[in-house]
Design a protein around this ligand. Sequence first.
Ligand SMILES: Cc1cc2nc3c(=O)[nH]c(=O)nc-3n(C[C@H](O)[C@H](O)[C@H](O)COP(=O)(O)OP(=O)(O)OC[C@H]3O[C@@H](n4cnc5c(N)ncnc54)[C@H](O)[C@@H]3O)c2cc1C
Length: 583
Amino acid sequence: MAPRVETNTIDGIDVLVAGGGIAATFAAIKAKEAGAKRVVQVDKGTVGKTGNSCFAAGVIHVCFPEDDLDDRVLRLTRAQGYLAQQDLIRDSLQESYSILEEMRRYGVRMVMNPDGTYRRMAGRGAYPIVMFYSTQLMDALRKYAQSIGVEQVNRVCLTELLTRNGEVSGAVGFHQHTGDFYVLRARATVLATGGTYYKGIHPGHRDCSGDGFGMAYRIGATLSGGEQNDQPANSMPARIDVGPGMNKWMGEGAFFINAKGERFMERYSPKLKERSGLPQITAFFCIETRMGRAPIYMDARHLGPEQMERLYQMLPLPQREFESVGVVKDGKFHKQVEFCPTGPTTRPGIVVDRSYSSRTPRLFAAGECCPPSAVVTGLAAAATSGARAGASAARCARDSDDAVDDNGLMLELRERTFAPLARPEGLEPEHVLLELQEAVIPYDVLLLRDGGRMEHSLKRVETIRDQDLPKLGAYDLHYLRLCHEIRNLTLTAELTLKAAIQRTETRNILREDYPFTDNVNWLKWIMVREEGQGQKWWTEDIPIERYPVAPKREVELAYLWRVPRDLGVVRIQDGRIQWVSEK
Ligand SMILES: Cc1cc2nc3c(=O)[nH]c(=O)nc-3n(C[C@H](O)[C@H](O)[C@H](O)COP(=O)(O)OP(=O)(O)OC[C@H]3O[C@@H](n4cnc5c(N)ncnc54)[C@H](O)[C@@H]3O)c2cc1C
């Protein structure tokens, strides 16, 4: 199929927002409310029906006015192994309650008490959660955005950012049904294209393929955080296409057992058990697996009618899916459900400041497109960051001239966008995706780390980059999109592995060859940007003395290794982990 030549140009945009999830939709709404005249939101699929946000499992982590804000900052900072941008985390927590109220105002249905207050219930973590009726959240937000005049462009896959003299001036992409080339010129651009799970089995994320990371990297924006996350992976059913929803299942009393029938989380985390944070759950899943005690199952067979009714209210789709495969019958769990960690969720996000402005003029980022240090995973932080990014972008648009782009750039970007269509006999993107997944998803690459294993995976990724990507071919527009996704996923994997290899310590992700947390040398962010034909890597000190929460400046065995060491599962020998076989 020959590349299409029709070009659809949308000029005069004040704020262009990339993405159709909660961060993007809040960015669009807040840009409009802040006075931006023309706000255009572009999604690969349909706004509100793509990405993680529309699959979210019914809970929101909100800091209520009566909660202890300092304690919540402390807990999130610790969960991030002190790598958090604490000022941004604090802003987000502080704004989460008003964002919740706004969602209600926009028509999102929350679970309320009879007296009109929010119903807060136990979930994962120390603070109770707020619940919403899951599937309608993004529909309500999409409709509200439309009602205030946000223009939504669906089915356009953005491929590259436009620039002029080093400033971002919009983006280009192609329409997946018509094949038209889209040129969107904007005074300010917000990237909210989500993170990635490498298009694995995790439902609802398959539109998220690190496109924002790729687009930003290719114009020289600074990225960071590829090796870390507040949740190194989520955990979810291994063989049924159901999302994690762990907060709800675990909150209602479901628990995990290993292949020997042991409720192992009691051993590792006696207080919170299955309601521990995801770094603990992921780490202890990995350790049980390494010790030969997988598969791991969720057992919810003891849940009563009241708990099941709440699960049906909050998670109607997963519950129905469980029914369809006979796990749930007559409103009761009849079988245990095999669980596994998802692919790694670490993200080389776009570095942002408190206004969610990147280090490249006129470029903003929000949600999981930002590094985990700036935006913790979840709806609340995605929404608050989107709101701030949108308002900042509107201010930037007001103070900027109309967007123009570099001479000759457009032709090059169009050629780059459609190049795989000229090679229909080229390599199948699906095939390359599988290779990539095999290199990065196995639990002992990025969840249970070791320098040698990561180097080995990096070599596989570099081979894909050098030998496969140039040969990717597309029969049609669907495959064209896949080709772009694979290119961005390969870059994401490369940056992630390189950053993970550099961080020679265990912080909130296990590393066998460096089991210590090094608060003397590693209170640092690892940064990268493209420079010329190469990559520039450097570290920046976390301004920990300016922040309210700081660890002791010492090197100590990581808490994730202390527990298995005390349980006799591992010992430290020659500075690395030795696995102790069971007696
Ligand atoms: C199954 C599941 C359940 C979850 N449950 C909860 C929960 O109950 N509570 C909670 O707080 N968090 C939950 N999370 C996490 C939460 O959903 C995410 O943290 C949050 O939705 C991230 O929002 P986002 O807007 O940054 O990204 P996303 O919602 O992932 O949106 C990214 C958007 O970018 C678009 N996009 C990507 N590339 C392009 C491109 N090239 N061109 C145009 N558009 C593009 C995608 O189509 C998508 O619309 C869950 C996640 C999953 C996967």
